[in-house]
Structures are given as structure tokens and as C-alpha cells.
Design a protein. Structure first.
Length: 235
């Protein structure tokens, strides 16, 4: 079986999202994702502002969360699978495993946020501004608590994987050797995605520690949302 088989499954999930064929839903989804990212940035502002955390915070919000940036990456993944036999010859298996976990998280985030977007369209006019209270009520109605906890569990797993595999000097050397091939086969976007990840990790002692601190706060917010706290998004 191909080492890239997991990407096939994730790509199928991505293509099955309804927003691809519904512009109104797509617009609402992007508004939900923008609200989520702004809320996360505000909640963790002090933590994200630490010099060693800034690049990882930007990488997390821009690359790992989902959104329009992930749409472009998904197109590159689809092309990548057409060259699977070539890619597997020069990309380390641990690199593929790490990439799979990252893409899985982006797909799951999109899945959960699309559910939010669909509920918003069912309950409010499409041009209704998204407020904290609207989001609070919508998240309670959808009862996404367990799914959001699972999202955080997978994120914790990714942090451990990043520390284990992506800090390897050999891994980085192999990655740098792939730059010419990435350009030749027009995978520059994917190469930049990975390169930014390496750069984000460099100032940090541990990606796992960064993510663990982040997920601890996010678990508190999920608990507050589903316990009826009137203002769960403020620390």
C-alpha cells in the first residue's frame, strides 16, 4: 500500500464538503473561520506574543487551522498523489506521517466549521454579523463538545510528532534537497508550507509544550461553552 494512501482518504473528505458547490455556504464558512481565528488570536494574545512563539502562532493560524490557504494546499495534494511513486522515493516516511496529521487536523477543522456555517444559515439571514453570543448559542445547539475535544487531542499528538521527527537534522537536510524537485513538479506551495513549519519550530524548545499550553486553554473554553457560561470566550 502506498505511504500516501491516507492523503487519498483525506482528499475525499475534503472534496465531499458541501461548500464547494454552494457559494453562500462557502462565504459563511470563511466568515466562521475568520471569527474562529480572531477569537483564538485574542484569547492567546499574550502567549502568542512571546518571541519564541510568534512564528508558530502565525503558522498555526494560517496553515494548520484551515481556510482559503488550505484550499490551495489541497489542490497541491491532489497533484502530489499523481506523482506518488516519485514522491515516496525521496520523502521520509516520518515526514509523510507528520504531514498526514497536519492535513487531518485542517480537514477536521473545516468539517466542524462547515457545520457551524450551515447552522448559522439555517438560523439567521446570510448577512448577519457573527457575534460572540451567536457563536455561543450555535455551538451549544450543535453540541460539538466531544468533537472539539477530539480536535485538541489530535493537536496534542501533532505536537509530540513534530518534536520527535521534524527536529531531526537529517530530516531537514533531506527536505532542503527536495527544493529543486518541488519546483520542477510545481509543488512550490507545499514546499513553502513545510518550510514555514521548520522556521516556526526553530525558536522553540518544544512544539509539544507550545501546543499543550494552547490546548489546555481551549479545553477550558469548550467546558465553559457547554456548561452555560454567559461569556465563555474571555479568559
Amino acid at each position: 500500500m502506498s505511504k500516501l494512501a491516507a492523503f487519498d482518504d483525506l482528499l475525499l473528505q475534503y472534496k465531499a464538503f458541501e461548500y464547494h458547490d454552494h457559494p453562500e455556504l462557502e462565504q459563511r464558512l470563511h466568515e466562521v473561520q475568520t471569527w474562529m481565528k480572531e477569537r483564538i488570536a485574542q484569547t492567546h494574545a499574550e502567549f502568542f506574543a512571546r518571541p519564541e512563539n510568534r512564528l508558530m502562532a502565525q503558522y498555526f493560524l494560517k496553515r494548520l487551522y484551515g481556510g482559503p490557504d488550505f484550499d490551495a494546499l489541497a489542490q497541491q495534494i491532489e497533484r502530489l498523489l499523481k506523482f506518488a511513486h516519485k514522491v515516496e522515493n525521496f520523502v521520509p516516511e516520518n515526514g509523510i506521517k507528520t504531514g498526514t496529521k497536519s492535513v487531518n487536523l485542517a480537514v477536521l477543522a473545516t468539517q466542524l466549521d462547515e457545520q457551524v456555517a450551515k447552522q448559522l444559515l439555517a438560523d439567521y439571514p446570510a448577512n448577519t454579523p457573527i457575534t460572540d453570543e451567536i457563536m455561543r448559542q450555535t455551538l451549544i445547539k450543535l453540541n460539538q463538545g466531544e468533537a472539539r475535544y477530539e480536535q485538541l487531542r489530535l493537536l496534542d499528538e501533532l505536537g509530540v510528532t513534530l518534536d520527535k521527527y521534524m527536529r531531526s537534522t537529517m530530516m531537514y537536510a533531506t527536505f532542503k534537497m527536495c527544493k529543486g524537485l518541488a519546483h520542477k513538479y510545481q509543488f512550490d506551495g507545499m514546499y513553502e508550507f513545510i518550510q514555514e513549519g521548520f522556521a516556526a519550530m526553530k525558536p522553540m524548545k518544544s512544539a509539544a509544550a507550545f501546543i499543550k499550553s494552547f490546548t489546555a486553554t481551549e479545553r477550558e473554553i469548550i467546558e465553559k461553552v457547554h456548561s452555560g457560561h454567559p461569556d465563555p470566550f474571555r479568559s
